[in-house]
Write a protein of this length. Structure first.
Length: 245
């Protein structure tokens, strides 16, 4: 670094570098530069149409997967454990708790370097009514033999949804933003996902949130599924690095 240079934080994909973008905390820096290296050098960039198609498909998948998890009644998703726990101690509605917790997770992930997008908010507005619609279509199940496949199917559908939305970089859900923030700080996808799922479970369970064996299964298996899915999508989450300008 020469006398006129100064270090700034930047988001960069290491390994098979896909793109570099200067972190907004560095004032007066140039616009991000785009480039591809490694095995994906010949892969065309994702078009706007493809990104939107994957985003809408991910919303639809979440709108189907969450009702499957709920009808299985084997344990709520990690974020819903936190929402129900906060509702217990504050007497706030589930919807208000969802909004408050989402803002906290978005802010924490953004502070660590994750990107936010318009779909972070839009997804919440779209998925909520869709979940209610699909819930009315899936009957309640009494037999455990029916509930277990329902839970497993819902888990797989949601994992696919997560791996579809993250590479679009249009804005994932709150736990994904927190995970990406941890990855930006140098953590691997699996432990980052364990933290972004485990933290709301611990806090929610302590405060009386809905908790079950399915919740534990979610925390343990979602992380490796997300890592595998992102690899299959040829997506490398960006990390914060120091660059000289």
């Amino acid at each position: 670094m020469t006398g006129g240079d100064r270090p700034v934080w930047a988001l960069a994909r290491t390994g098979t570098v896909d793109a570099v973008s200067i972190h907004p905390s560095a004032p007066g820096v140039p616009e991000p530069t785009q480039g591809r290296k490694g095995d994906d050098a010949d892969r065309p960039p994702m078009t706007t149409g493809v990104r939107l198609a994957r985003l809408f498909a991910s919303w639809a998948a979440v709108g189907i997967g969450i009702p499957m998890i709920l009808r299985a009644e084997l344990g709520a998703s990690p974020f819903d454990v936190l929402n129900t726990g906060l509702s217990e101690v504050t007497d706030w509605s589930f919807g208000i708790c969802f909004v408050v917790n989402s803002i906290v997770f978005f802010a924490a992930g953004r502070a660590m370097g994750a990107r936010l997008g318009w779909a972070c908010i839009a997804g919440t507005l779209v998925i909520g009514p869709l979940v209610n619609l699909v819930l009315d279509l899936i009957p309640e199940q009494e037999a455990l033999a029916a509930r277990i496949p329902l839970f497993v199917g819902g888990l797989l559908v949601i994992a696919v949804a997560i791996c579809l939305v993250i590479p679009t970089e249009l804005g994932p859900g709150p736990t994904e933003v927190l995970m990406l923030g941890l990855v930006a700080r140098g953590m691997d996808v699996v432990p980052a996902r364990w933290i972004s799922d485990g933290l709301p479970v611990v806090i929610g369970a302590v405060t009386g949130g809905a908790f079950g064996v399915g919740t534990v299964v979610w925390v343990l298996v979602m992380a490796p599924m997300v890592k595998y899915g992102l690899r299959r999508m040829h997506y490398v989450p960006p990390r914060l690095v120091v660059v000289d300008i």
